[in-house]
Design a protein around this ligand. Structure first.
Ligand SMILES: [Zn+2]
Length: 114
């Protein structure tokens, strides 16, 4: 899965996501910056009913509640993602791997390696 594309200011290192063409701090032109894929769960909630459809397309076999949260990356940005961890096992601060691609980003649990 591809990394999510953000933008980074060459002058003051501010990272913006979604990518902004100009730095919000100094106004300089930014450069493309692929976000890191490892982060930690900053906060989360459980989606307990089907989102409005369209645009939501649920999986076959009926709706199952799922975790939605913000993944905080080392760049300091927080990305909203579907967290592929059961509501019984999810915990703030848990290490996650973030995946881009079509649609909403997804994050899954990874072993804590520091
Ligand atoms: Zn800047």
């Amino acid at each position: 899965m591809p990394a999510l594309q953000a933008a980074r200011c060459p002058g003051c290192s501010v990272v913006t996501f979604p990518a902004a063409p100009a730095c919000p701090r100094c106004g300089a032109e930014t450069a493309p910056h692929p976000l890191s894929t490892r982060g930690r769960l900053w906060t989360w909630t459980v989606q307990r009913y089907p989102p409005k459809s369209p645009p939501h397309v649920g999986p076959g076999g009926g709706f199952q509640p799922y975790v939605v949260g913000y993944v905080e990356l080392q760049e300091g940005v927080r990305i909203e993602a579907v967290v592929d961890v059961s509501p019984a096992e999810v915990a703030i601060g848990m290490p996650l791997e973030l995946r881009g691609g079509a649609g909403v980003p997804h994050a899954s649990a990874v072993r804590d390696d520091g």
